[in-house]
Design a protein. Sequence first.
Length: 150
Amino acid sequence: MTDEIYGPWPPGTPLSVTNPQRHAARLAKRAAKQKRKKARAAAIKRRHTVGRGAEYYAYLRSDAWKAVKRRYLESKMPKVCYVCGKTWDRSFEFHHLTYRTLGNELLRDIAPVCRACHEAVHKRNREHPEESIRKSTKRLRGKQRPKTPV
Ligand SMILES: [Zn+2]
Ligand SMILES: [Zn+2]
């Protein structure tokens, strides 16, 4: 009776498990998901702090790169997603169309992209390592639909 009115009694008692098998399966699934999440985070951290990529990610945190982005935003270059055409907002990122001029970018070497398109571009480039990053980016142009209407 008390349970029906106040929930488990005394407070803090776990709710009774009606189907232990399903409960165990659910716990296992949750644990596996956590594990995958951890592995992903570790892989990203490795990419950002170890090896050849480290220098690149250090550059992306630098004032020099911030200045390049500012220069772009103050210029007359288009302020829309290079891939889907969505209007610029603060969540946008800058994408390198070439890494050859890294650290010395011309404004046409970089392009503002929305997060969804940025992710899609790099995914495509990973799946098509034979393509240059510029080519992968151009391939997706006009194909990605903006999530919210422009
Ligand atoms: Zn986009
Ligand atoms: Zn990029």
